[in-house]
Design a protein around this ligand. Structure first.
Ligand code: CP
Ligand code: NVA
Length: 304
């Protein structure tokens, strides 16, 4: 593994290895702290969009592993404006051992990897959010004790988070049903790739009806209706998405021990109700906390 740009680029074995390594690093951390595997290593955290979880979990992950990380704000670097992406990559590569970047255009993540000479981690682009998907598989494995054969129902916008989850689910043999309104579904190409990535007979169902999607689900997952960068579409999306709200009536249609997940930040009262977010099926906060542990595996693998 040279970079961590997308789940699509990982083999099932690489994905399972990262999950296993993350589990071991979490256990080690709980038993008194991690070994300083990244002593003397540095990571630039380059952001074109806001963040709470991604910024803090990567930064603290480096701290726990004995390394150093620093934050570069959107206004500071103005990547692609003040300076080309290629030049940012070339310059940073002389200062740091790795770059974690959150961008609008996925092309910019690819350019950072192409023109830089250090490992690049995708911390969310408009196309995908692979660090989130890895952490989410980690949480599912931790809570359910397995991945293969489970059914994940994703309800809502066919966005970056949904895409990475779909690819991840297929690669670990989890079934997935995705219910999104017409016009807001993942692309034909995504579903074709999902078929190619399928292992252990994992199948994906492309649906419009959220009620159908959650039948027999072990996991219900949702995300915001309007992602960062789509703010101009907010009113239109608020008109279209209400039937896709994850509320208690919807959760009641899934398996009784179904867990509810959300990458956060949540727009409570829109895609998820307080009752569900704070209810007995919710794993929202352990899920957020596991970003720290699962991502340490990426850091050790790329920088260690
Ligand atoms: N889930 C997630 O990536 O959160 P942030 O946008 O706060 O980093
Ligand atoms: N789909 C959301 C995820 C935020 C972590 C967005 O891109 O804004």
């Amino acid at each position: 593994m040279k970079h961590f740009l997308s789940i699509a680029a990982l083999t099932p074995n690489e994905l399972l290895h990262l999950l296993d390594l993350g589990m071991r690093l979490k256990a080690e951390w709980r038993n008194g702290g991690n070994k300083p595997l990244l002593k003397g290593k540095s990571l630039a955290l380059l952001f074109q969009k806001p963040s709470l979880r991604t910024r803090v979990s990567f930064e603290m992950g480096m701290v726990h592993l004995g390394g150093y990380a620093f934050y570069l704000s959107p206004n500071e670097v103005k990547m692609g404006g003040r300076e080309s992406v290629a030049d940012v990559a070339r310059v940073l590569s002389g200062y740091v051992d790795g770059i974690m970047a959150r961008v609008f255009a996925h092309e910019h993540i690819l350019q950072l990897a192409e023109y830089g000479s250090v490992p690049v981690i995708n911390g969310l682009s408009d196309h995908s959010h692979p660090a989130q998907a890895l952490s989410d598989l980690f949480t599912i494995l931790e809570v359910k004790g397995k991945l293969e054969g489970l059914k994940l129902a994703y309800v809502g916008d066919g966005n970056n988070v949904a895409r990475s989850l779909l690819f991840g689910a297929m690669k670990v043999g989890m079934h997935m049903a995705i219910a999104s309104p017409p016009g807001y579904q993942l692309t034909d190409d995504d579903f074709r790739l999902a078929g190619e990535f399928s292992t252990h007979g994992a199948v994906v169902e492309r649906l419009e009806d959220p009620h159908q999607a959650v039948q027999e689900a072990d996991i219900i997952y949702t995300d915001v209706w309007t992602s960062m960068g789509q703010e101009a579409e907010t009113a239109e999306r608020l008109r279209i998405f209400p039937p896709y709200q994850v509320n208690q009536q919807l959760v009641n249609l899934a398996k009784p021990d179904c867990i509810v997940m959300h990458c956060l930040p949540a727009h409570r009262g829109e895609e998820i109700t307080d009752e569900v977010a704070d209810g007995p099926n919710s794993v929202l906060f352990p899920q957020a906390h596991n970003r720290l542990h699962a991502q340490k595996a990426i850091l050790v693998e790329l920088l260690g």
